[in-house]
Design a protein around this ligand. Structure first.
Ligand code: ACM
Ligand code: ZN
Length: 765
């Protein structure tokens, strides 16, 4: 190594955007997750081609890791000996577990408390290397660091799509780069059983294979299938290999064996453990199925037998037993299940679920392990030693922590990486939902208002990669990165920097770091953050207040022509209300210089575009859109839904009013609703309309009322309801009434349905 005090001057990182502007993206801070202390000193340490590593106090596997990365990622040769001086390690006592420091001066000195923290120091050091191969350096600095949360997890579903041993190892390698320490391996689900169990060979002989797979989105009907045998599984030898591989990078694998629901693959192999005993196939369709494990004693013997082998393979403290989305339809009609309910004095099928989980808890506890399950395991009472993984928001986790149970937070709102991450039309098909990286960055596993005693029960957090719509490794990496970096910040840092600083570290350092590992990451973070707002005669497109000085190119085209404009902080692009009830779709495309990917949307110019809508009923905090403006912004709610284009309510009665600006003769009105049973979203039961001259005295339009039977509605329906108003007034009042509850047999049975509505188009005489 040699010193170079001038190197930092040359190494000012700058990037140019398409319009030739200089954007300084110098990032003082290069490491993600951001260390607790990072103090930059003057000058840089140049890395010569032969780096000498001192093997004293350096654990063997970490030595191999470091050498491998130097050789293969940076093309630097290394020598190792007891007396080498360039990189030196010192193990010390009396510092917290997981603590490490790095001092970069004339040499690099790493001080650490445990093997794990030694590994984390090496992981940080690798990220600190700057420059092109052949001309590499590390800025002189002092780093001191320790993690905030003990559960820093990523989950991977290998049932819906199968990932080979090598692919799983690659997933683990990338996790280790960002100091994740828990890999939640979702090994079983309806569409495939992926772990060899010697006592029950049919689990993989039969359960690991399906004959077909639904293509396009689940909600697109009529459904079509790729008719082709699909599947795979891991032998026990392969599982052991992966467990050891992860352990060498200080990652614990928590296996998940799903029960009592999501068990169709197991039941295809052993139908005797279902309630009906009927032989059914491994489904090639996604969703939630009624057929689940029967709660009879023989099922527990079967599951204990499986667990015995699982425990042999996985040394983790926690074993995940699923517990989510288990419809009770079969249990209600099953004599064996009803007998268990009577025999144990249980109140209903929810208590039977709790009994089921309790049996597994008892079994795992007797083997010295701990049970963890999705938050549905709270239903009917939480079993004594169970930990909860909260996915339906933070609520389940809050409840469990208050009951003094351990919790991993993994709320859909922040941690579901199978959701869309941008509005680009080039985004690959996803399940739905919208979780951009900024949202992930906001994630805090500790709920607001928690005391430190309550916070003690929050182990950490995790993102989930459900793979219904993630068929291969390329796409898996795209969905995971860079969102996983935002999650790493939320889980590692005690005090994370603001989002703008994180973003500049991504652009200046981390994107090139990901490229060193050939990660297929998304560049959506470089996309414009824009808003569509009301304007005088319609709506306007503007950059969001938080936007940088970057300039974007906006191309808009409709039946009347095409225009290309630039968009900066100070500009806006307008779209006008149409005059003669015309509907004019306008295609908008936004480009920047960081990526070939373009953002885009279709904005519909229509006669009520940008009209003022006052919401009397407020939308759910989870799906607030941008309030009333959502309904007249020209952006039409889509399917699969991304979230922010719809207004979501969970009320029985929803009321809102539109101001037409002046007394007007109204002909009719269109209003659309989403039907997505799997997400508990249903069309309304009834729509009623009134008009008013002054917004105070209302005239009820009885003849315009619409009643629906939601169960005649195709489950894909986005069709607008058209109401013939034939009335005069300045204000229109709309009242939407939902069905009382979701009927039994459908996902979310007995809950109030969600109502998602979007564009309101009013036609005038
Ligand atoms: C889940 O997403 N069903 C846990
Ligand atoms: Zn049963």
């Amino acid at each position: 190594m040699r010193n170079n005090y001038f190197f930092s001057l040359i190494f000012l990182l700058v990037t140019f955007n398409s319009l030739g502007q200089l954007i300084p993206t110098v990032s003082e801070q290069v490491i993600i997750p951001t260390p607790e202390v990072y103090q930059r000193a003057e000058g840089q340490l140049m890395l010569t081609d032969n780096i000498s590593i001192c093997s004293k106090d350096l654990p063997e596997n970490i030595k191999n890791y470091l050498i491998d990365k130097f050789n293969h990622v940076y093309e630097i040769r290394t020598t190792v000996s007891q007396v080498s001086k360039d990189i030196v390690f010192k193990k010390i006592a009396n510092v917290p577990k997981d603590w490490y420091s790095i001092n970069v001066n004339e040499t690099v000195t790493i001080t650490y408390s445990s093997e794990e923290s030694c590994f984390y120091a090496v992981v940080s050091l690798l990220q600190m290397i700057e420059g092109e191969n052949g001309d590499l350096a590390i800025s002189k600095c002092f780093v001191q660091d320790a993690p905030n949360f003990q559960w820093r997890g990523l989950h991977l579903d290998v049932s819906r799509h199968f990932y080979t041993v090598d692919e799983v190892k690659r997933f683990i390698d990338l996790m280790a780069l960002y100091k994740f320490n828990t890999f939640h391996w979702h090994l079983t689900d309806d569409q495939g059983w992926r772990i060899e169990i010697k006592k029950y060979p049919k689990l993989t002989e039969v359960g690991a294979w399906r004959d077909s797979t639904v293509n396009a989105h689940y909600s697109t009907t009529p459904r079509t299938y790729t008719v082709e045998k699909y599947g795979g599984y891991y032998t026990q030898e392969q599982i052991k290999e992966v467990v050891a591989y992860a352990a060498a990078q200080y990652i614990t694998i928590v296996p998940e064996i799903e029960m009592p629901g999501h068990a169709r693959a197991a039941l295809a192999a052993y139908p005797e453990y279902s309630c009906t005993g009927e032989q059914q196939e491994v489904p090639g369709l996604w969703g939630v199925f009624d057929d689940i494990f029967c709660a009879h004693e023989s099922t527990f013997d079967f599951l204990y037998g499986i667990m015995d082998e699982v425990l042999e393979l996985f040394p983790s403290t926690y074993i995940h037993i699923g517990g989510d989305e288990a419809p009770k339809a079969r249990w209600k009609k099953c004599m064996k299940c009803q007998a268990v309910i009577r025999e144990h004095g249980l109140k209903d099928e929810h208590e039977l679920q709790s009994y089921f989980i309790g049996k597994m808890d008892e079994y795992l506890t007797s083997k010295g392990r701990k049970l963890i399950g999705w938050d549905e395991i709270l239903e009917g009472g939480l079993s004594p030693n169970a930990a909860v993984m909260s996915w339906r928001g933070f609520k389940g986790g809050i409840e469990a922590a208050k009951q003094e149970h351990y919790v991993v937070m993994s709320p859909g709102s922040h941690c579901y990486f199978d959701h869309y991450q941008s509005d680009s039309p080039s985004e690959p098909l996803a399940i739905g939902g919208y979780t951009p990286i900024e949202k992930v960055y906001e994630f805090n596993p500790i709920p607001e208002g928690f005391t430190s005693e309550q916070a003690h029960y929050i182990l950490g957090g995790q993102a989930n990669l459900w793979t219904e719509y993630i068929p291969n490794m390329q796409q898996l990496e795209y969905m995971t990165y860079p969102r996983a970096l935002a999650l790493a910040q939320a889980l590692w840092c005690k005090k994370k920097p603001d989002y703008a600083t994180f973003k500049s570290t991504l652009l200046a350092n981390q994107f090139s770091y990901l490229e060193r590992y050939n990660v297929n990451y998304s560049k959506a973070v470089t996309f414009a953050k824009y808003e569509i707002k009301k304007s005088t005669n319609g709506v306007k497109l503007e950059l969001a207040k938080t936007a940088s000085d970057q300039v974007y190119k906006v191309k808009s085209s409709n039946s009347k022509g095409e225009s290309v404009q630039t968009l900066t902080k100070n500009d806006s692009i307008t779209f006008s209300r149409t005059q003669s009830n015309e509907i004019i779709p306008c295609k908008v495309e936004i480009s920047n210089n960081f990526t070939e990917d373009k953002q885009g949307f279709t904005l519909i110019e229509h006669p009520s575009l940008g009209l003022n809508v006052e919401l009397i009923t407020q939308p759910s905090a989870s799906y607030p859109g941008k309030g009333g403006e959502t309904l007249t912004d020209g952006i039409i709610g889509t399917r699969p839904w991304k979230g922010n284009e719809w207004l979501g309510f969970q009320d029985q009665e929803i009321e809102f009013q539109v101001d037409l600006g002046k007394k007007t003769t109204i002909d009719s009105l269109d209003l659309s609703f989403l039907q997505d049973e799997g997400s508990w979203i249903h069309h309304p039961a009834n729509l009623r309309f009134s008009v008013s001259k002054n917004g105070k005295k209302w005239k009820y339009l009885k003849n315009s009322e619409i009643f629906t039977d939601q169960y005649k509605i195709e489950s894909t329906s986005l069709l607008p309801y058209r109401a013939k108003l034939h009335a005069k007034g300045r204000y229109v009042q709309i009242k939407v009434t939902t069905f009382d509850v979701i009927p039994e047999g459908l996902p979310g049975e007995n809950h109030v349905p969600w109502t998602f509505m979007d564009e309101l188009i009013i036609y005038f005489k």
